[in-house]
Design a protein around this ligand. Structure first.
Ligand code: HEM
Length: 259
């Protein structure tokens, strides 16, 4: 009698039966649209904090050169001597860059997900009752703000387009020279086209912030209609404070209020 041979045959290909490796939870979450919206909201909140503090710090300009320069120096030497000079600022910059990159990546990949979900354009004209002007211009305002940030860093941080950056000054009573930030800001805004670019970019930043501040609640799921009044008030108030503060600086220099 023929013997039945039972053999356990392996998978046809080397990959067929391989157990699927689980990705870490946060990466898994980020691969979903909800996860990306969370990332947009949380990084947005962080950057709103930066923009607010940056604007408040820059108000020192109205108190004069010494106040603004000492404030910039304070940031450079944050927590010194507990931490070496410049370290804390670099950690904060690292956090800001991380938030910025994540915010851009999430925006870009959400746009791609949206396009994949609707490869054929809407055939009828859209009824933009809910999607207002700010929300429809999010990508454009975001891109122009991005161009502004690149210029701004080349201008006031790296001095590529501003020969006053890098100058040092010693004030009475100080033991060392510090960066002469005030002079470089004035030099920047003394160029009318540059000052006007700052005005336009900051108005667009305001439009971007208005919709962003409004959307945070939606993205995080806190969108009970009862709170809509407060959401609108918060988004309007926040964007207005930033625009008025930031636009005032180039306007004040052009008007000769500060020089
Ligand atoms: C008219 C409005 C603004 C003025 C007068 C201004 C002024 C300045 C100055 C003077 C610096 C250099 C500080 C230093 O070297 O110590 C700076 C850096 C910077 N600004 Fe602004 N800024 C304005 C608006 C903005 C806006 C709207 C953003 C972002 C959306 C922004 C983002 C930055 C960043 C990322 C840096 C580099 C910070 C660092 O690495 O230390 N600024 N700004």
């Amino acid at each position: 009698m023929a013997q039945v041979v039972t053999s356990h045959r392996g998978p046809v290909t080397g990959t067929a039966n391989r157990a699927k490796k689980r990705r870490p939870f946060l990466i898994d979450l980020y691969s979903t649209a909800v996860g990306k919206k969370y990332v947009m909201a949380l990084t947005g909140i962080g950057m709103m904090g930066f923009v607010l503090f940056h604007m408040i710090g820059n108000l020192k300009m109205y108190a004069g050169a010494a106040d603004l320069d000492h404030y910039a120096h304070f940031l450079q030497t944050l927590l010194y001597p507990l931490a070496p000079k410049g370290w804390v600022l670099w950690i904060l910059r690292g956090g800001l860059i991380t938030m910025f990159v994540l915010h851009l990546h999430a925006a870009w990949s959400l746009t791609r997900l949206n396009r994949e979900a609707r490869p054929v354009k809407y055939q009828s004209s859209r009824d933009y009752q809910i999607a207002n002007f700010a929300s429809r211009t999010m990508r454009w305002s975001g891109l122009i703000v991005l161009a502004f940030i690149v210029w701004h860093l080349l201008d006031l941080t790296f001095g590529v387009v501003n020969s006053e950056v890098g100058n040092m000054v010693q004030y009475e009573g100080d033991t060392e020279k510090i960066k002469a930030v005030y002079v470089s800001v004035i030099a920047s805004f003394d160029r009318i086209p540059v000052a006007l670019f700052y005005v336009v970019a900051n108005i667009l930043l305001g439009i971007h912030l208005f919709h962003g501040a409004w959307s945070i609640f939606q993205s995080l799921g806190w969108n009970n209609p009862r709170f809509n009044k407060w959401r609108r008030a918060f988004a309007t108030g926040f964007a207005a404070v930033i625009v008025v503060g930031n636009v005032s600086f180039p306007v004040a220099v052009m008007a000769g209020v500060i020089s």
